[in-house]
Design a protein around this ligand. Sequence first.
Ligand SMILES: [Zn+2]
Ligand SMILES: [Zn+2]
Length: 652
Amino acid sequence: MINITFPDGSVRAYEKGVTGYEIAKGISPRLAEEVLAVAVKPAGDTTIGKGQTFDLNRPIEEDCSIMLLKWEDDEAKRVFWHSSSHLMAEALEDLFPGVKFGIGPAIENGFYYDVDLGGNQITDADFPKIEKRMLELAREKQDYTRIDVSKAEAMKHFEEKGDQYKCELISELEDGTITYYTNGHFTDLCRGPHLRNTEVIKAVKLTAIAGAYWRGDETRGQLTRIYGITFPKKSMLDEYLVVLEEAKKRDHRKLGKEMELFTFSPRVGMGLPLWLPRGSVMRFELEKFLRRKQNEYGYLPVVTPHIGGKDLYVTSGHYAKYGKDSFQPIHTPQEGEEYMLKPMNCPHHCEIFRSSPKSYKDLPFRLAEFGTVYRYEQSGELHGLTRVRSFTQDDAHMFVTPDQLKEEFEKVIDLILYVFKIFKFDKYTAQVSLRDPNNKTKYIGSDENWEKAENAIIEAAAEKGLKTVVEYGEAAFYGPKLDFMVKDAIGRKWQLGTIQVDYNLPERFQLEYTAPDGSKQRPVMIHRAPFGSIERFTAVLLEHTGGHLPLWLSPDQVKVLPISEKYSDFAKKVCSLLNNSDIRTSVDDRNETLGKRIREISLLRVPVLAIVGEKEVADGTVSVRREGADAGTMKLEDFVAWLKAEMAAELA
Ligand SMILES: [Zn+2]
Ligand SMILES: [Zn+2]
């Protein structure tokens, strides 16, 4: 018999060789239907994580702790999608005899398989045929069977098949570690894990086809990469396709162009966004919004340069850690003088803290800056405004005593939740990242301070009613942190907002304050950024709202449209009245039909249109449309009051 420990801590004895499926079935038949794989961790293994993922059919031979994995678990999805790549391979072998196979891993959303089609051609026109065959094979309820083979045997099999790709992979493996998996007539060299059988795959969609070099090496042959995604329910695929379609419409790169917010120029450089006038107005409003709130919380504004002496980053430790992968030092006419583009604002802020003596009465000392930083991202990683090489952090650093940590954390949580509320990110979770309790030596700072900080974060999060997951071993070497994840309007997750404790920089910069007893003490530093960066937040906000920004934030708040040129003068009068009331307004009196002008303006997503014609001129009114819907006819002074009330409601 072997002892198996469950996540709730209970222990049960089973026959040696019991499978995950049998264990699930013993608990409940319904559970057995839902479970896709099992995570197994040998007894005595104290490492972090769920352990190794096993096939549900694989015998468990030793004492261990297990976790039954369902679709909701990322590991289970990976097993599901990787198994689907085998199913696709089987279908391809049926439909295109002679096809050879490279590798077929699971990816973030679905899977792919790299294949050598030989003389065959596949285009996306073939997708329906392949999908149909995959579903037919899935319904046959083919078992994924694991077989141990010797290296010689494996080599012989794939040589006979003429699959040089698998032969190459086998030649690199050690004898005694090689396994096959079969489903139906398809045999693959694979270490698994896989599903029990194909029947759970109920919906299939092949999504793309592309060229891919064998093992990413362009001197080797080119293979065809076929991408797909599968689900255990048809309805899940339908939902996925709707989200995919919707995501395309909301792509912030597309919206940024239509709304004339930002652009890029190869001559300026990749990943270096250029903010257009409309985007800049929006950006200043975002900054104003946060600045106002930060003032309430006692933040002190600072401004620091875009560069810093190399020595600053040697002191901070950033040079040793990231120097090689960063923008390289800037040289001056002075021999040996070197500056770096700043990759973060913290070292500059540490120097500001040091610029005058501090006592405990000065703490918490909070410095805030919209600081532009430069990081050298690989060109392949760049993406719109979400991955750029220059971005502006809504940065702040708090220098506090260890006893002030918790209260300060609560204040930052309040600020972040305020931001989420105003921008209607109603669904969010937070992750508390703590030390690996079994490997405390790799962290800087005293045990006592770490415990204080970790407890402070956990208690602060609990008191603020945050839904948190605690991840051990995810803390940075210099301190624990709290990260927020939001769900956008179409259910996608984004990381937004982070609060990080830091024991390292105060140490490296020898920061100190005078305690009540006259002794010199080291402050603790907190880094925080509710938006993350203005660039990233803009991208997420555009994708969340589909470009329909709140009225207070829109670059153009009101567009005045005279029905014809006859009413231009009145339109201009309305416009200047609104501008005098601090409402960003312009007139569109181009000699085009009203319908055409409205269509063009809709791309800019101007939230309010004021239309004026003969009746409006006579009555001193405007006809108002808000986000495309009729909002009625208003007297001019009522219109101003209404706009102000709408904005006040958005910011309440
Ligand atoms: Zn496999
Ligand atoms: Zn920082």
